[in-house]
Design a protein around this ligand. Structure first.
Ligand code: CTP
Length: 239
């Protein structure tokens, strides 16, 4: 059954890796396949939400009349694409594995292996989720991911606070058959009140359904808060 919390809602989803070019034939990237982000977008579409999917280069595809697909390559392109939709999004789900740094300079020609070694100086990329966290309205929901190798819970909670997420999904690289490339995933969900739910290993489609379900609860709560605030304002005007 469709969740009414998603009716007429616009959800921004980032997915996949970004690629940061070094020269015309090389780049720095990561192992993200985009499967989790695309599974979330597909589940949101099943719930009749409108989805804006900003995706780095991936092999997976998705088509739907209510899907606006934006393909990007670099973190800067992903940020600029997201900026167009922050204002109108009811929720943003940041699943992308954005490269944290990009090479300072992109060589115009292919770099030749003439030197025995060479150094790449890198500049920090903008943190897309963090920027949204700074400007998000009280009725907008922000969901993040944390992929960790150690001190998993502490890192996830740190990101939840720093990026002003309403909810963060923790993936641990220590869990078998979860994370990059697998069709299954094992997650824990931390909410802004620091409550935590640990889920068993499941197919990514079912994990996506769990994440979308929890996002729907947050959206419904924010809608309710808005109605309560409007009612209070209305009552104070006519007292
Ligand atoms: N994120 C983002 N833009 C970035 C970096 C991260 O939107 N430039 C988002 C990711 O999509 C994810 C969350 O922030 O939802 C956490 O990403 P992660 O890479 O785990 O955290 P970082 O802040 O990059 O921290 P670190 O790499 O130091 O663990």
């Amino acid at each position: 059954m469709n969740n009414p919390a998603f009716h007429n809602k616009k959800i921004l989803v980032t997915a996949g890796p970004t690629r940061e070019p070094i020269d015309p034939v090389r780049y720095i990237s990561n192992h993200s396949t985009g499967k989790m982000g695309y599974a979330i977008a597909a589940e949101l579409l099943e719930q009749e939400a409108e989805v804006i999917l900003v995706s780095g280069p991936v092999a997976v595809t998705l088509q739907h009349p209510k899907l606006k697909m934006i393909h990007v390559t670099t973190a800067s392109e992903m940020y600029l694409a997201c900026c167009r939709f922050f204002e109108i999004a009811d929720a943003a789900i940041f699943t992308a594995a954005v490269a944290d740094y990009r090479p300072d300079k992109i060589a115009v020609q292919k770099i030749k292996k003439s030197d025995p070694c060479f150094t790449i100086t890198m500049t920090k990329n903008i943190d897309i989720a963090c920027e949204f966290g700074k400007i998000k309205r009280r009725n907008q929901v922000s969901v993040g991911f944390a992929l960790e190798t150690n001190n998993e819970q502490a890192h996830a909670i740190g990101k939840l606070t720093k990026k002003n997420f309403d909810m963060i999904i923790l993936n641990s690289m220590n869990d078998a058959n979860a994370t990059f490339g697998f069709d299954t995933n094992k997650i824990s969900i931390f909410k802004a009140d620091y409550s935590c739910t640990v889920y068993p290993l499941k197919p990514k489609k079912e994990v996506a359904a769990d994440i979308v379900h929890e996002t729907g609860i947050l959206l419904a709560m924010k809608d309710l808060q808005e109605v309560e605030e409007m009612t209070r304002d209305y009552e104070s005007m006519y007292q």
